[in-house]
Design a protein around this ligand. Structure first.
Ligand code: SDX
Length: 432
């Protein structure tokens, strides 16, 4: 038996009595491939780990985002989310996430300039958006539109060239608000409003969404800043479902546009980014504070999920939810109070004192309050996951580039534990 204090794991295979020593690194990590030496017969495949939904498996090393789920800590490249939400703009934060350092003024000016001058989309993509039904879900349109961008920039397949990657990143960050605004205007049967280069990233987005007729659109600065903060809060979140999807598709060396359309499809799911839409629908369904106790009973009986609560990593309050809750108050000062907020606040208060939720460490996550702000800003619920995807494209791109530059990475191809039939002979149809 190895002496205590060594940074290794000693494994005894009781089938053979053999002992194996496995290195521990990064404090609590072993390499799954080190398990393969554990065999009964020398020509065995060796030991595997079984981990559905990857609940206890690190798929990568990363330097982008740090989360401490127990303490409710979230940092982008080491900077606490609270300080970025307080002091930075979304594009400044995007630069930090992509490049790893806060930009100097000249770096930021150049980045803002480059994004600003790539906001237009090809007219054929505008026509593609027109081909959808008026009531097509905005996320379905966005997944298609982002994938179609790959056909307009075939050079994006040169994914190993840093300069080519960078210009695609600029294009994606720049065009996401334009595509989103065009899907919204399609819904409303309104003409598209083209990007205005003298507006800020967020003001330009609001202009393309809501300008009706007026010569010059000036969004309320409180609402413009609130949306910028929401974009900062949603920019990345390490190896979540959609970032993992981006990495898995990217590991096959697909171009960033089709990789990101896959990530957006994952985000669309109601358990992930689609939760903000599901929260609003849930609050509307509850309808009044009086109905909360029966709804909570339904959740405890597994008839319902309290959407916007719970998280795979956070077992404390999602730090983003706290910031969003404060931002909601500032927005409602301008837009007027949303009566669904009262239901949400009461729901949170009751849930945080219910054993069912406390015992499962279920706290509000980023989606619980964000939808209330989006609704107050005038967005229909179908746009809520799109508002998540716009900033999250920065995180997806940072994770994608980190994957491509990581020498340890290969094409993603997990193993399985086979539980199907053994070999059997084909039976002709008239004998079945
Ligand atoms: C996002 O990963 C990320 O970082 C994602 C994200 C990001 O920025 O990218 O943070 C964004 O996706 C936030 C999560 C948004 N989704 C929702 O709000 C949907 C509602 N929440 C859940 O469905 C759930 O909490 C998940 C999906 C978020 C996490 O699910 P897990 O980790 O797989 O946990 P689980 O489903 O196994 O639940 C553990 C227990 C279960 O109870 P038991 O069966 O063990 O008795 O908690 C219960 C669940 O039934 N539970 C809930 C619940 N969430 C978990 N019960 C009621 N309501 C809920 N919301």
């Amino acid at each position: 038996m190895a002496e205590q204090g060594r940074n290794t794991l000693t494994v005894v295979d009781n089938r053979t009595g053999r002992e194996y020593e496995v290195d521990i690194h990064d404090g609590n990590v072993i390499n799954a491939m080190d398990l393969r030496q554990i065999r009964v017969k020398d020509d065995d495949f060796g030991m595997m780990s079984y981990d559905p939904a990857f609940k206890n498996t690190a798929s990568t090393r990363s330097r982008v985002t740090f989360i401490d789920g127990g303490e409710g800590i979230l940092r982008y490249r080491g900077y606490p989310i609270e300080q970025l939400a307080e002091n930075a703009s979304f594009l400044e934060t995007a630069y930090l996430i992509l490049k790893g350092e806060l930009p100097t003024q000249s770096q930021l000016d150049q980045f803002v300039h480059d994004v600003t001058f790539h906001t237009y989309i090809h007219e054929n993509i505008r026509e593609l958006l027109h081909s959808f039904r008026y009531d097509a879900h905005a996320m379905g349109m966005m997944v298609s539109a982002v994938a179609s961008l790959s056909t307009f920039y075939p050079e994006s397949k040169e994914i190993l060239d840093a300069d080519t990657r960078w210009i695609q990143m600029i294009r994606i960050i720049a065009k996401m608000p334009t595509l989103a605004a065009f899907t919204y205007r399609h819904h409303r049967g309104l003409p598209h409003v083209y990007p205005e280069n003298e507006l800020s990233y967020t003001a330009n987005f609001l202009n393309m969404l809501f300008r009706i007729g007026v010569k010059q659109y000036h969004p309320n600065p409180v609402l413009e800043r609130a949306l910028d903060i929401l974009f900062i809060l949603h920019a990345d979140h390490e190896q979540n479902c959609s970032a993992t999807t981006m990495r898995v598709i990217g590991s096959a060396e697909a171009d960033p546009y089709v990789s990101m359309s896959g990530a957006m499809a994952a985000l669309y799911g109601p358990l992930h980014g689609g939760a903000n839409e599901a929260v609003l629908r849930m609050l509307k369904r509850i309808g009044s504070i009086d109905n909360i106790p029966s709804f909570i009973e339904g959740v405890k009986n597994r008839e319902e999920r309290l959407m916007g609560f719970g998280h795979r990593v956070y077992k404390a309050y999602d730090p983003r939810a706290s910031i969003i809750k404060r931002t909601a108050d500032e927005v409602f000062e301008v837009t007027g109070r949303n009566d669904l907020l009262d239901i949400a606040l009461e729901l949170e208060k009751i849930a945080l004192n219910e054993e069912f939720f406390v015992s499962r460490n279920l706290y509000p996550n980023v989606d619980f309050y964000s939808g209330l702000i989006y609704q107050a800003l005038g967005f229909p619920v179908e746009m809520f996951p799109v508002l998540f995807a716009i900033p999250r494209c920065v995180g997806w791109l940072a994770q994608w580039e980190e994957l491509l530059r990581d020498d340890e990475q290969r094409i993603a191809r997990p193993r399985q534990v086979y539980h199907g039939s053994g070999e059997r002979a084909f039976v002709a149809v008239d004998e079945r």
